[in-house]
Ligand binder design. Sequence first.
Ligand SMILES: C[S@@+](CC[C@H](N)C(=O)[O-])C[C@H]1O[C@@H](n2cnc3c(N)ncnc32)[C@H](O)[C@@H]1O
Length: 266
Amino acid sequence: MSQEYILAVGETDRQRLEILNRMYNPITQYFLTQNGLKQGMTVLEVGCGTGDMACWLANQIGKKGKVVAIDNSSAQIKLSSEKAKNKGINNIEFLCLDVRDLATLNQQFDFAYGRWVISFLPDQHSIFQNILSVLKSGGILSYETASNVGEGYFSYPATPVVAEWFKISEQFFKKNKFCLDLGNQLFHLYGKLGLSNIQIMANQPIMKTPEEKSVMRIGSTNAKDQLLKLMDEKNYQRYIQGLEAFEQSDAIAGFYRNILAAGVKV
Ligand SMILES: C[S@@+](CC[C@H](N)C(=O)[O-])C[C@H]1O[C@@H](n2cnc3c(N)ncnc32)[C@H](O)[C@@H]1O
């Protein structure tokens, strides 16, 4: 696995990613169906993680279509292919592959989709070019990512540990050279890539259930080693206890605002 992806993979991060999928997928799925996803298509998913979207895409395109879902972590590919198998889905090919090595696929797709992958990697423009190189002329690219990580979030009633979580996340991402504003750039980036008919929208889920709110604590627990570079053990324990109390409280919080953008390859 590439050293550039700084978050945990496999079983360690499975629960957090699956909760995030439950929070974000309804709007993602609405956006994809509004922007050209159709029965019978060949679809590429980059950075498929736990495979939730790959399984949904496979059902949407039906038996005559095919999904190729790639991830450069063998642990993610194991989880996602087991998920598809358990659901009886057999029109997905899962491959352990880096998004920068798509040319080795020797395939052209009708539709390419991805979420929360490219911001972790350097030179985002050339990664999008890689994806476009395996898209047919007239094919659709739909990518989705956070916009201005560290801004625009809220909790009500105001809960200091939530504000702290966003501040620490921003520090953590900056330290690891994550592209914090890729979502904001997408519209212009697609223009520079020569895409036409660019469609764009935002989605900011509001965390209201203990499960939704738990993504903050689970993410912080999974990244403990990294967080201990930003705070000492005592402070870390206080922080985790604060996040647990938030989970059990009646406070709500706006989570990461995502930008979704789709465009057509001319
Ligand atoms: C935050 S997760 C998002 C997973 C999924 N897209 C979702 O929305 O739930 C990022 C995923 O990208 C994968 N990834 C990171 N760097 C990659 C690369 N260079 N090529 C392919 N996949 C990569 C990680 O292994 C991880 O599964």
